[in-house]
Design a protein around this ligand. Structure first.
Ligand SMILES: [Zn+2]
Ligand SMILES: [Zn+2]
Length: 178
């Protein structure tokens, strides 16, 4: 026999409006340098890692690239030129003209802001099973990333190309290649 408080709570729930469904609140938000493109993510990263490979160094323009992997279905992109859209799962498809995609077949496709050039997203071929359905986001574009333990790198790739002056990330798994 339910207590009176339980049954009154239950009837309040029944009366509560159920439509429109409430969108899950984002766990992360971010933007490019000029803020033409902003994004929101409703899931935790499946991986956060640093890559020292030549491609990542050139794309980021830095000595290494810190990235986090998210389910593509959790990422919504908004640009000043269009309404919010889920991340395009097809590699190479860009949103309006605010994001340009660059990549070669069989390799990762990297996406950057057409206006300010900020590196934003990356997708890898579906043949890499553990990354299927994922989008990789440059952690520097995520708001407040510098103090967010959820984004701390747990993996370091291409350590053979790590700068000689740079120390390994404490506690991260190291790999000489991918
Ligand atoms: Zn921009
Ligand atoms: Zn890399």
């Amino acid at each position: 026999m339910p207590s009176p408080s339980t049954s009154s709570r239950r009837s309040a729930e029944t009366l509560a409006p159920t439509y429109p469904p409430k969108a899950p609140s984002p766990l992360f938000t971010g933007r490019c340098f000029c803020a033409l493109t902003t994004f929101a993510v409703t899931a935790l990263p499946t991986r956060s890692y640093i890559c020292h490979c030549t491609d990542c160094r050139q794309f980021s323009g830095s000595s290494f690239h810190h990235m986090a992997v998210f389910p593509a279905s959790s990422v919504t992109i908004t640009t000043l030129q269009s309404s919010p859209k889920l991340f395009p799962a097809i590699a190479g498809l860009s949103i309006g003209s605010s994001i340009t995609a660059f990549g070669e077949p069989g390799h990762g496709t990297r996406q950057f802001c057409t206006k300010c050039g900020s590196s934003l997203f990356m997708t890898v071929p579906d043949s890499i099973e553990e990354m299927r359905g994922s989008v990789i986001i440059g952690v520097g574009s995520i708001d407040g990333s510098e103090s967010d333990e959820r984004l701390r790198p747990r993996y370091e790739g291409f350590c053979k190309r790590r700068e000689a002056w740079m120390r390994e990330v404490e506690g991260a798994v190291e790999s000489e290649e991918w």
